[in-house]
Write a new protein. Structure first.
Length: 314
């Protein structure tokens, strides 16, 4: 029996996508299938086909990845809501892009507006990446303060810009910025004792100043959306604190493009609010792994298949 008062639903960001995502769940849960059908109608193309059987290259295009992950998360959510009416988590949160899925789960953003927003977000970020090319790298086994110092040093030495983009969990941090600054920063991280420094297969410098050209356009798109105050508590990435008003949400979404994802602190905040179990609604189990490194006493379960969904609903 699930104790919903101690449950958080969490939603992943880019990097969690995989060809075939949602196909099995849609085949077994009509409510999930309907979500994919609605998204196809809103977008004017078969996102469902891209998720279920599309090419990996197409799915990994950020303009497709972002709506695909959003729709996948809402499809799982809708299946739960139909099967267990009246049951809902105590809290929700999302990592980067997943924050928009969490806002829909919290009742602050309609599905239709959410689909349009994630599509625009992906397009604007892709355009910003073309205007200001950048790169990202994962840094293992260095603390936040050391990485921030490395980023400052690399920026000064290269004349470029490098920042801490994601504080994912203790020992896993992502840095983001200009290619030249990143190369310097990667070497400095190794010299500082990083266990591993891995350049990521992305063409944009997400959560860095290089996304500034996307920020204003997305701010306008967010302002045009019908956002409401959340009916469930939601923890934001930028401040690792609850988003309580429409103004909080609008500022969070726009600032999230250039500010770091404070996931470690977000999970700690949820634990402090009484959450003992996290369910990750998405294609993989990336966030579950991070949670176990943030707090070993927390319980985390991926809901990424028909079997996993059936187990939750049992």
């Amino acid at each position: 029996m699930v104790d919903w008062s101690a449950v958080a639903f969490i939603f992943p960001g880019q990097g969690s996508q995989v060809v075939g995502m949602g196909k099995e769940i849609a085949a077994n849960y009509p409510a999930a299938a309907q979500v994919f059908a609605e998204a196809d109608d809103i977008l004017g193309f078969k996102l469902s086909a891209l998720c279920f059987e599309g090419s990996e290259a197409e799915l990994n295009d950020t303009t497709h990845t972002q709506p695909a992950l959003y729709v996948m998360g809402v499809a799982i959510l809708r299946a739960i809501q139909v099967a267990l009416p009246g049951s809902h988590p105590a809290l929700v949160a999302g990592h980067s892009l997943g924050e928009l899925t969490a806002l829909t789960a919290a009742g602050a953003l309609s599905f239709a507006d959410g689909v349009r927003l994630v599509r625009v977000r992906g397009q604007l970020m892709a355009e910003a990446g073309q205007k200001s090319p950048g790169a990202m790298a994962a840094v293992l086994n260095l603390d936040v303060d050391t990485v921030r110092a490395v980023c400052a040093q690399a920026s000064e030495q290269s004349g470029g810009r490098l920042v801490l983009a994601n504080d994912n969990c203790p020992g896993q941090i992502v840095i983001s910025g200009d290619e030249s600054a990143l190369e310097v920063g990667m070497e400095l991280c190794k010299q500082a004792g990083a266990k591993r420094v891995l350049k990521l297969a992305v063409s944009i410098a997400a959560h860095s100043p290089l996304m500034a050209s996307a920020q204003e356009g997305f701010r306008r798109a967010v302002a045009a959306a019908q956002i409401q105050a959340p009916i469930l508590p939601i923890i934001g990435n930028v401040h690792a604190a609850p988003l309580q008003t429409v103004e909080d949400i609008q500022a969070e979404l726009a600032n999230g493009l250039t500010h770091p994802v404070r996931w470690t602190e977000s999970v700690q905040a949820m634990r402090g609010l009484g959450i003992t179990h996290f369910y990750e609604l998405g294609p993989k189990d990336i966030l579950n792994g991070l949670i176990k490194r943030i707090d070993r006493e927390a319980s985390a379960t991926p809901v990424n298949s028909a079997a996993a969904l059936a187990a939750l609903l049992a």
